[in-house]
Design a protein around this ligand. Structure first.
Ligand SMILES: C[S@@+](CC[C@H](N)C(=O)[O-])C[C@H]1O[C@@H](n2cnc3c(N)ncnc32)[C@H](O)[C@@H]1O
Length: 160
């Protein structure tokens, strides 16, 4: 929502929201309608699909920010949660899209089993990224391993 408000009114082809569940898609549309003008709310592409792929018309090195809020929908079916394999597929697709200076933000929830596996898989994958191209920040509360953790990748503006 904050991103939509920041970018409005230039939202068409600028902001995409993706979720596998119709319920989350509807909730997102409702929120957009509540906070934006009808025209702006309509301009956000809310996509009912897996995040393992992105809209085909997005060109490499053109996307400024991709935000992942992983896990399951609060108050929803906990079985419908993001999984390490499809999230990694998504990240493989995300990396070439990011423009120099752009970033990928990921919130992981290791308080449940799939979330814990996902966090381990993602941090292992990040370790092997080229550190001449990407900076990597892992934010966690050291004594609270089950609290949400934030992973942030930023592509350097120039190669180092
Ligand atoms: C923590 S909720 C985030 C909901 C909402 N996007 C937000 O940020 O408030 C995680 C969401 O991931 C969705 N999800 C699970 N597997 C997914 C997948 N493979 N592709 C896209 N979304 C998925 C769930 O349906 C759930 O709504």
């Amino acid at each position: 929502m904050a991103l939509a408000q920041l970018l409005a009114p230039a939202l068409a082809n600028k902001l995409f929201a993706i979720d596998l569940q119709q319920r989350a898609v509807q909730a997102t549309k409702k929120r957009l309608a509540a906070f934006l003008t009808p025209q702006d709310a309509e301009a956000v592409a809310v996509l009912h699909q897996c995040h393992s792929y992105f809209p085909a018309h997005l060109h490499p090195s053109t996307v400024k920010l991709i935000v992942y809020n992983l896990g399951y929908l609060p108050g929803g079916d906990k079985q419908v949660t993001t999984q390490a394999d499809t999230t990694l597929t998504s990240l493989h697709a995300a990396v070439p899209l990011i423009t120099p200076g752009g970033a990928i933000s990921i919130v992981c929830y290791p308080g449940h089993s799939a979330g814990k596996q996902e966090l381990l898989a993602l941090t292992a994958w990040m370790e092997q990224l080229d550190n001449n191209v990407w900076s990597y920040c892992h934010h966690q509360w050291p004594s609270r391993p089950y609290s949400p953790q934030w992973l942030f990748l930023q592509r350097y503006t120039v190669g180092r």
